[in-house]
Design a protein around this ligand. Structure first.
Ligand SMILES: *[C@@H]1O[C@H](CO)[C@@H](O)[C@H](O)[C@H]1NC(C)=O
Ligand SMILES: *[C@@H]1O[C@H](CO)[C@@H](O)[C@H](O)[C@H]1NC(C)=O
Ligand SMILES: *[C@@H]1O[C@H](CO)[C@@H](O)[C@H](O)[C@H]1NC(C)=O
Ligand SMILES: *[C@@H]1O[C@H](CO)[C@@H](O)[C@H](O)[C@H]1NC(C)=O
Ligand SMILES: *[C@@H]1O[C@H](CO)[C@@H](O)[C@H](O)[C@H]1NC(C)=O
Length: 553
């Protein structure tokens, strides 16, 4: 049975792998020095993680298919890794930067990432995946521009700005980690920051961005925080939504946007108001007490301070859900599409396997843990991918292939590495949402997956209501309380991929898994061999790398 399915999956893979090698794709080299430093995100100095002295880190500006080379020097006192959230790493999970796929960069050493945003465009972010480092910064924007010959469905903007919004804690990442290790929650955030700062809002803030009257700007908005959904708006200005994580959408104007953790929106903002200062406002969603911060926009040559009257944010879940439902893929916009015959016409692809992931929380030995299908993932010293590649997977983890958890599996929690094998499937999130849920944002290295809270709310009949035409293809999806989200996805990219809650607290406490997408043919057409430069650790620290295991067939 298994063999048959495998073969079918890989025939599909082979058919889809019409890969063109662009020998001429240009290389861009970066050297990044990761250090501790001091910044005052909420007005009081505290320790943060800097990249080349910057907090947030530098924005990566790239174009489809560029070779992005980043030599990262870890000058922290702890192991460190960065993930490039949303970059698809086709055939190349070796650069994904999660503890299950790579060995961490040890203090005082360096590692050179090499990735290609192949056949993709859009607005993304990168962030640390080790410990609770994300709470201290080390994150930044990552954009992939369309190649010059490919038309984009909006006029060339005057400039391109990245707005990184996120919740912020005044406790250090080590203190927050201690809370979680001790089985307690990190609680609610102390504030919200925009590009690492929180405005005083008294007219004394320096502008974050300057606009020329009459011009249009590309404004990319990403939620880089730990766990809080944030509403973003700009006084007197509409935002025309044009793109979400690499998909062009039907263009609508929004007064404000709910941005969940790990998500990015690409908008166009026109400087068509009276030339003066305006506030950008970011406020928490779904917390009992709303936390708000501002950042200043200035019109060049403008006169007058921003009004102290801040536009009010939305209230309640229904608003967020309705806004989500208004997002539609623009099927006529040309774009880099990774798999036009597959993902693009996602509604036409037959579903071969349905996997339910049920998220639960509970106590193990009196300590708070989060789980998927009753398994709370724990990272080991040997990354799962390396164990698999070196042929010792059985010494490190077992594939917990639960397609459909039993009620017991959703009631009890056990802690162990969480690996699943996926042989088929198909992507492009389609979704039907229901009301009332806690928001949980998940992402799968490239495309996102499944999800539900209570088992009882999803039944196969719900498939009739899926949007099989123009649901937006993206790599994260939020699930509202007591709700579910269906994600259709084709596993057409071999490798080991992290499916994780974007809520850092939940992810740290186990709500993640690794999906191993295997090719029985072990062909280089399906997956690259482990690069010579990859780090080795744990049980394979001193083991010679297998010689071209993926050369076959
Ligand atoms: C990184 O920054 C630290 C602190 O500024 C400095 O001591 C070190 O030499 C830098 N390393 C590199 C590789 O630039
Ligand atoms: C980003 O890259 C594009 C394409 O190479 C270039 O036109 C643009 O000036 C760059 N922007 C920044 C801010 O570096
Ligand atoms: C570390 O940096 C050095 C100097 O830039 C470089 O030659 C070397 O390849 C890097 N090591 C890794 C593992 O990337
Ligand atoms: C969709 O994209 C096409 C092609 O670029 C564009 O002409 C059209 O205006 C877009 N439609 C909407 C509703 O945004
Ligand atoms: C889906 O299944 C139907 C019925 O078995 C078949 O006719 C169709 O060709 C399949 N579609 C694809 C894309 O494989």
């Amino acid at each position: 049975m298994r063999g048959v399915k495998l073969l079918a999956a890989c025939l599909y893979l082979a058919a889809a792998a019409t890969v063109v090698v662009h020998a001429e794709d240009p290389y861009f080299h970066h050297v990044w020095n990761v250090t501790y430093g001091t910044a005052s995100p909420l007005g009081v100095p505290q320790q943060v993680i800097l990249i080349n002295g910057q907090f947030p880190g530098p924005n990566i500006n790239s174009t489809s298919n560029n070779n992005v080379i980043i030599n990262v020097f870890n000058n922290l006192d702890e192991p460190f890794l960065l993930t490039w959230n949303g970059i698809q790493h086709r055939k190349n999970c070796w650069q994904d930067g999660t503890p299950g796929t790579m060995c961490p960069i040890m203090p005082g050493t360096n590692y050179t990432y090499h990735f290609q945003p192949k056949d993709q465009i859009g607005s993304y972010l990168y962030y640390p995946t080790t410990g609770m480092h994300r709470a201290a910064g080390g994150y930044g924007g990552l954009r992939v521009n369309s190649r010059l010959l490919i038309p984009v469905p909006y006029a060339d903007p005057e400039d391109d700005y990245t707005v990184l919004i996120g919740d912020w804690y005044t406790k250090s990442h080590t203190q927050l980690k201690k809370f979680l290790d001790g089985g307690r929650t990190i609680g609610r955030p102390d504030g919200i920051v925009i590009n690492g700062k929180s405005g005083k809002g008294d007219g004394s803030d320096a502008p974050l961005f300057t606009l020329k009257p009459g011009k249009t700007y590309r404004v990319r908005i990403c939620n880089v925080g730990l766990k809080t959904s944030i509403n973003f708006r700009i006084q007197n200005h509409k935002m025309k939504l044009v793109e979400m994580e690499g998909s062009h959408v039907l263009q609508n104007d929004y007064d404000s946007l709910d941005v969940h953790v790990g998500q990015c929106f690409g908008t166009i903002v026109t400087a068509n108001q009276e030339p003066k200062d305006y506030y950008m406002v970011a406020s928490s969603r779904f917390l009992k007490t709303v936390i708000t911060t501002t950042g200043l926009l200035r019109y060049e040559g403008g006169k007058g301070p921003a009004s102290s009257q801040l536009p009010a944010g939305p209230v309640g879940w229904a608003w967020s859900l309705n806004q989500f439902r208004s997002f539609r893929w623009n099927l006529t916009a040309s774009a880099a599409r990774p798999n036009p015959q597959g993902s693009y016409h996602y509604g036409k692809i037959n579903i071969t396997r349905t996997i339910k992931l049920v998220n639960t929380q509970g106590k193990v030995d009196g300590k708070l843990r989060y789980a998927l299908n009753g398994i709370s993932h724990t990272d080991l010293e040997t990354p799962l991918k390396l164990a698999e590649y070196f042929g010792i997977a059985d010494k490190v983890f077992k594939y917990n292939s639960v397609d459909n958890p039993t009620p017991e599996q959703t009631k009890s929690i056990k802690i162990e590495p969480h690996g699943l094998t996926f042989l088929t499937s198909l992507t492009a999130p389609s979704s039907r949402w229901c009301l009332r849920t806690t928001r949980r944002v998940f992402s799968l290295g490239t495309w996102t997956v499944i999800l539900s809270s209570p088992l009882r709310t999803w039944t196969p009949e719900k498939r009739k209501n899926y949007n099989l035409l123009d649901a937006v293809s993206r790599h994260t999806v939020q699930v509202y309380p007591k709700c579910w989200a269906a994600i259709l996805l084709t596993f057409d990219n071999c490798g080991m991929w992290n499916v994780r809650s974007e809520n850092t607290e939940r992810r740290y406490l186990g709500q993640q898994l690794y999906a191993s997408v295997l090719s029985p043919e072990k062909s280089l057409r399906d997956e690259y061999n482990m690069p010579e430069t990859s780090l080795q650790c744990g049980l394979v620290k001193n083991t010679p790398k297998p010689v071209n295991p993926y050369a076959g067939a």
